[in-house]
Design a protein around this ligand. Structure first.
Ligand code: CAA
Length: 392
């Protein structure tokens, strides 16, 4: 029996900030963002869109009623959760009408936890072959106005339906994780935005990649030539490119190097338009690769580098299934270009708006464009959501 990703859905916001506009407002050279970070635009959410609406919308785009009757576990991986106690997965389970006898939990370790969730799903299905697990990676990356990380914000959610005999990607057994207790990026409970040692975080990303890859190769006797493509956690695409270049050695066949670099460009096509989506960014890279590359085929091995600050990383691998394209859309780049472009002043107001609660913990919000679900109001500190018929 093989186990892996059977369906994959994606949702992002209906608003975007173009990097050229941000550069102008911040007095930066636009090339610093477009070429230095390899970013063109960032997804920006209004107050009525959060990790729950994004996650529910991503899942809603792929699930059938039959799926909702057979899913027995919902895991939401996030580092921008909306409640310290109640798991976002519980609300999403309700919004999607998933059958009641299911487990619903939230997992956290910065940008890494969706990878742990995926492995938990795999192990669960090994014991329960008829089960289907919904893994959702959902985040809104907010660093603060005029911070160093402002140019690497973003918002989006990936929904991965994990099952036996998957139609997209089989997850292989080979995997190596590494944990390091470091302070490269963290967010205390009292802070809306993270504390970041930016340059240190990039060094840790690259060093954990290098050392984990060495261990992965040692344990499984593989080389880069065994992989048709490599997907990376993408805090911003330029760092992922540095990651790939770390793995490429002088003795790598030049044709294979060229192929890996071409596939890499496909894997960052979506992130260039969306920005960082923390837990989902590795899987957005996979989706982008599969929907934009035309020369991958069933049986091709894909390598993955997952990284979460703090830090935990993991290298693992999967195998594309024959006919995987039948489960995907064609490139979504046109859809992304239809997001409403915001001025910098509009972005600052929209992205950083805070709920104004009255004495009883109630708040209402104006109608903004969202995906298939919206946060409608807060009622006595309880967040209320609704399916949106039409988001125009
Ligand atoms: N034309 C072209 N390129 C230019 C340029 C210009 N005019 N001006 C600058 N650049 C290039 C720089 O040379 C640099 O590229 P190289 O690294 O290849 O030399 C690039 O643009 C970035 O410029 P800076 O080095 O000046 O850095 P910055 O001010 O943009 O800050 C950062 C970079 C510190 C990473 C910042 O974006 C940040 O703090 N981001 C948040 C933290 C982060 O993403 N860390 C990643 C690892 S942690 C992680 O992975 C978890 C997570 O998701 C957060």
């Amino acid at each position: 029996m093989t186990i892996g990703i059977d369906k994959i859905g994606f949702a992002t916001s209906q608003y975007a900030l173009n990097m050229a506009d941000l550069a102008q407002a911040r007095g930066a050279d636009p090339a610093k963002f477009n070429e230095g970070l390899l970013l063109d635009a960032l997804s920006i959410t209004p107050i009525t869109e959060d990790i729950i609406t994004l996650g529910a919308s991503a899942a809603d785009s792929i699930l059938t009623e039959e799926d909702c009757q057979t899913i027995d576990m919902v895991i939401v991986a996030t580092e921008s959760g909306v409640d310290q106690s109640k798991a976002a997965a519980v609300t999403i389970h309700h919004l999607l009408n998933i059958q009641p006898f299911a487990r619903a939990i939230e997992m956290k370790e910065a940008c890494y936890s969706a990878t742990a969730a995926l492995d938990y799903a795999r192990l669960h299905i090994e014991k329960n072959p008829d089960s289907r697990v919904l893994v959702i990676a959902s985040d809104i990356a907010k660093y603060g106005i005029e911070t160093a990380g402002e140019s690497t914000q973003g918002a989006g959610s990936l929904a991965l339906l994990v099952s036996a005999n998957p139609r997209i990607l089989e997850l292989d057994d080979n995997r190596v994780a590494q944990t390091r207790d470091i302070w490269d990026f963290w967010r205390p409970n009292y802070s809306e935005t993270p504390y970041v040692n930016g340059m240190y975080s990039t060094k840790q990303y690259l060093d954990t990649l290098k050392t984990t890859w060495e261990e992965f190769q040692r344990r499984y006797q593989v080389t880069l030539e065994d992989f048709a493509a490599f997907c990376f956690h993408i805090p911003f695409p330029k760092l992922a490119l540095k990651g790939l270049n770390k793995l490429i050695t002088k003795d790598l066949n030049p044709d294979h190097k060229e192929k890996l670099l071409a596939q890499f460009d496909h894997s960052i096509a979506y992130s260039r338009q969306i920005g960082n989506i923390y837990t989902g960014s590795l899987y957005l890279g996979l989706l982008s690769l599969m929907e934009n590359s035309h020369d991958l085929q069933g049986g091709d091995k894909i390598g993955f580098f997952s990284y979460g600050s703090g830090a935990v990383c993991e290298i693992f691998q999967g195998t594309l299934v024959d006919g995987f394209r039948d489960q995907l859309q064609s490139s979504r780049l046109d859809q992304f270009s239809q997001r409403q472009a915001l001025s910098v002043a509009e972005y600052e107001a929209l992205f950083y708006e805070q709920a104004q609660l009255d004495g009883q913990g109630n708040a209402t919000f104006p109608a903004f464009k969202t995906g298939a679900f919206a946060l409608t109001n807060i009622n006595q500190h309880q967040r209320m959501y609704q399916k949106v018929a039409d988001n125009d």
